[in-house]
Design a protein around this ligand. Sequence first.
Ligand SMILES: [Zn+2]
Ligand SMILES: [Zn+2]
Length: 171
Amino acid sequence: MVPFGEVPVGLVVSAWDAVEPVFGLPCRTLAPQPLPAAALDAARGQYSSRLLLAELLRLAPAEARGALGVTEADLFLPVLTFVFGEAQLGGRAAVVSLCRLREELYLRPPQPVLLLARLRKEIVHELGHGFGLAHCRDERCAMRPSSTVGQTDAKNAALCFRCATLLGRTR
Ligand SMILES: [Zn+2]
Ligand SMILES: [Zn+2]
């Protein structure tokens, strides 16, 4: 795991407790890295998730199965207003942003337990892509896409039976 900029590392480590059983892989936390200046789109005030993925590939230790970046920065893809995260399908890099998972962004009081649950779901979702899983129609499956926190809250941090089986085949 690579923190980009100031990230509550304890929160991410707590999130990993629930993520590890899904993938069966240990997580090593690397030293925080500055957000790459080239990834900032000044007009949007957001960072390009695509460029953060490229930076992760550069930073990932050769022996790592995958590299997970976590940041507070708001992420975007050119065609979308924002993304909770992005991964290379079947690739080694995945990135997740805490920015839009926080209740404060919606002018509501902070909810640390809810934030942790959302982070777990988005990490499982993006790493799932990284390990080759596509989107899933199962309403509870972590691989169901979400573009609002309500959609994130409606799904589980676990994979459905079908996705878990596919993961077993593709690993
Ligand atoms: Zn997705
Ligand atoms: Zn599924």
